[in-house]
Design a protein around this ligand. Sequence first.
Ligand SMILES: *[C@@H]1O[C@H](CO)[C@@H](O)[C@H](O)[C@H]1NC(C)=O
Ligand SMILES: *[C@@H]1O[C@H](CO)[C@@H](O)[C@H](O)[C@H]1NC(C)=O
Ligand SMILES: *[C@@H]1O[C@H](CO)[C@@H](O)[C@H](O)[C@H]1NC(C)=O
Ligand SMILES: *[C@@H]1O[C@H](CO)[C@@H](O)[C@H](O)[C@H]1NC(C)=O
Ligand SMILES: *[C@@H]1O[C@H](CO)[C@@H](O)[C@H](O)[C@H]1NC(C)=O
Ligand SMILES: *[C@@H]1O[C@H](CO)[C@@H](O)[C@H](O)[C@H]1NC(C)=O
Length: 239
Amino acid sequence: MFASTLLCLASAALASAHTVITYPGWRGNNLITNETFPYGMQWMYPCGGMSVTQNRTYWPIGGGAIAFQPGWFQGHATAFLYVNMGFGTDGPDGGPANMSLPIVPPFQILGPSKNPYPGTMCLPQVPLPAGAQVKVGDNATIQVVELAVHGAALFSCVDITFVENNDPRLAEVNATNCFNSNDIGFADIYTMVVRASGQGNTTSDAETRFWYFRRNSGRSFTQFLGWLPVVLGGLWVFL
Ligand SMILES: *[C@@H]1O[C@H](CO)[C@@H](O)[C@H](O)[C@H]1NC(C)=O
Ligand SMILES: *[C@@H]1O[C@H](CO)[C@@H](O)[C@H](O)[C@H]1NC(C)=O
Ligand SMILES: *[C@@H]1O[C@H](CO)[C@@H](O)[C@H](O)[C@H]1NC(C)=O
Ligand SMILES: *[C@@H]1O[C@H](CO)[C@@H](O)[C@H](O)[C@H]1NC(C)=O
Ligand SMILES: *[C@@H]1O[C@H](CO)[C@@H](O)[C@H](O)[C@H]1NC(C)=O
Ligand SMILES: *[C@@H]1O[C@H](CO)[C@@H](O)[C@H](O)[C@H]1NC(C)=O
């Protein structure tokens, strides 16, 4: 039955793409594009157009597994992934007040192609946010954000209730529902500081290279000569 559910999701997804949280589940099918969501539901902050649910799923109070299929998205072989947690039900729509607490460092996924791909990623033991104070029976929401190459993001959530780590109501985590497909690679994301905050007004060589050469690497000046008639033509208007 699990396989047929996946197959069903896969074919639903092929029409319009996106992220599917496979463990511990998702709020529901938001792989929908219609008149209300002409660009597709999953682009809507914070949970891809889905309201908070009543069918919460159980998740261990000591942290647990999260698995998802990130590749149902045409045109994007790579993406940045963020996983956040929001606590409680005091926020808009009966969900958390915010989704601002990351529970894994952001990472990049490297898909096999720009076409939709079916692979699954498993994060087997995701901890709660540092300093989180929760007790058994508290509610929270896990949000998976997939940042596409053009800077817009896809959102998908699952509403959870914390239970003891060995609670029998927890769905077993195993190689059927939490696994890493060979066809999806992943990479660390890091920054290289070119100019630190508050470093005076002068523009360093490194910055100049950053703002100009890096963006134009591989182009020569002669390529810009092609624009000369356009620029001169534009100036003509002002004469
Ligand atoms: C909650 O219910 C919706 C609608 O039936 C379903 O699509 C979704 O998978 C359910 N989520 C969980 C975590 O059980
Ligand atoms: C679009 O789909 C959403 C989710 O199923 C639904 O709530 C909404 O009413 C639909 N809009 C139209 C115009 O059918
Ligand atoms: C958690 O949510 C469920 C329904 O989804 C609700 O019955 C329960 O009272 C909530 N628990 C707390 C501590 O708010
Ligand atoms: C988000 O909510 C938590 C409580 O759930 C709170 O501690 C935190 O300060 C909030 N963060 C922001 C940025 O509002
Ligand atoms: C994995 O766990 C699920 C329940 O979460 C169960 O339906 C499935 O049979 C298990 N698979 C294996 C190989 O044990
Ligand atoms: C930066 O420029 C501002 C405005 O010209 C000037 O007031 C300030 O003293 C300058 N700061 C440094 C560190 O040179």
